[in-house]
Design a protein around this ligand. Structure first.
Ligand code: AMP
Length: 379
């Protein structure tokens, strides 16, 4: 016997196979487009799949609830593997699907990523820093957390928050009861369970960064460089790829990369993971949150990289070798939120601007309608 590990070929799904997609938004749409490019079909499953961004470009769509066990089983049996574009798919749904098919990422990953307390506990247990935080199940506990952490805090709902929703800023003179009320604390949330809170110390960050890592079933990982994210009204506005070295030193970027890989490995993730982090003035890196799926801050990869984040997800869940994260250009991604999308004629006329629209009929305020990538020579 030699010391060589045994060779286990990956279960590999050949082009022509069908990928099941839980969730039907723009991330599902762009994954389906990447799948189609490699010859795969996509079957979308979501309660709101009808006419959705993802269904418009997929071979099939099932419109059914997350707890429709019969529909889930039919769906699972009709596809070759299942992945997701939304980490809040109920864990019970994921567990049910797992009885009939392969699901990546799995229920263990979802249960960590769905709850800010589980997420921060998981990250801290790896020795990775976050802002100081406390769980808060009442207005009194919010007040106690402010006393312990310091009065400059952010109160967030633990589940189902996104784009700054379910959050309240706290200062020394803030009323904890009003903040608790503002996030709907104790009341039934979108999933029917009582809204719980987490109080986080407010981070005076120099900039926000994210790293997107793809990991295959064989444990091989690739990661795109750390990018800078600028938010407007709690929603991602612009991503600068890669983050400029004036703002994020090579050492800080390497640390962000290391953190994202550590988390993906500890989760035993198969697929794509985005980790959002704060960088403080002295270069400390604190994890804010993570998403086990393609991420808005990775949209620049569609036009600037050899393989984009959506193709990496397809490759990872189909057991294909991961693609190159090689960057052919630097990039700036700008989200088109709400009425921004009305600028499409100008954007189409702008030389070099790469327009991506999501096929959403109604441009409601705060709704992500599309994005535009602009490329620049590599620095
Ligand atoms: P989140 O939903 O946790 O990603 O929060 C949305 C945005 O709010 C972040 O991207 C930050 O810009 C800001 N934010 C969230 N948490 C904090 C914090 N603890 N300190 C400072 N800013 C925060």
């Amino acid at each position: 016997m030699t010391g060589e590990p045994p060779f286990h070929p990956l279960p590999r799904l050949a082009p022509g196979s069908t990928i099941g997609m839980l969730g039907a938004g723009q991330l599902g749409r762009m994954t389906a487009l990447a799948a189609a490019k490699l010859g795969y079909k996509t079957h979308v499953y979501a309660p709101d799949a009808a006419g959705s961004p993802a269904a418009q470009v997929s071979a099939a769509a099932t419109v059914a609830d997350w707890d429709d066990l019969a529909a889930l089983e039919r769906f699972a049996r009709s596809v070759d593997v299942v992945t997701l574009e939304w980490e809040n798919v109920p864990v019970a749904t994921a567990e049910h699907l797992r009885r009939f098919t392969t699901l990546h990422p799995g229920p263990n990953v979802l249960s960590v990523a769905q709850d800010r307390i589980a997420e921060k506990s998981f990250v801290n247990a790896l020795g990775i820093a976050t802002a100081p935080w406390r769980a808060a199940g009442s207005a009194e506990e919010v007040a106690r957390a402010m006393a312990e952490i310091g009065p400059r805090c952010v109160l967030k709902s633990t589940r189902l928050g996104y784009d700054g929703k379910g959050q309240a800023r706290l200062e020394a003179d803030s009323d904890a009861a009003a903040a608790w009320e503002a996030i709907g604390g104790g009341k039934p949330g979108a999933d029917g369970t009582a809204v719980q809170g987490i109080v986080e110390g407010f981070v005076t960050f120099a900039c926000e960064v994210s790293v997107i890592v793809a990991r295959g079933a064989d444990g091989v990982m690739v990661a795109y460089p750390a990018v800078e994210n600028r938010h407007k009204n709690g929603i991602l506005d612009v991503t600068i790829a890669p983050a400029s070295p004036e703002k994020v030193s090579a050492a800080t970027a390497a640390e962000a990369d290391h953190i994202a890989r550590r988390i993906a490995e500890a989760l035993d993730l198969v697929g794509v993971l985005a980790v959002e982090m704060f960088v403080t003035a002295d270069g400390a890196v604190l994890v804010n949150e993570m998403a086990p799926r393609p991420h808005n801050s990775g949209h620049w990869t569609m036009d600037a990289c050899a393989s984009c984040q959506f193709e990496q997800l397809v490759r990872a869940v189909c057991g294909l070798p991961l693609g190159s994260v090689g960057r052919m250009a630097d990039a700036e991604m700008t989200n088109l939120i709400g009425d921004d999308v009305l600028r499409w004629p100008d954007l189409l006329a702008e030389p070099g601007a790469r327009l991506h629209l999501y096929g959403k009929a109604e441009a409601r305020p705060g709704r992500k309608m599309g994005h535009v990538n602009r490329l620049f020579p590599r620095r």
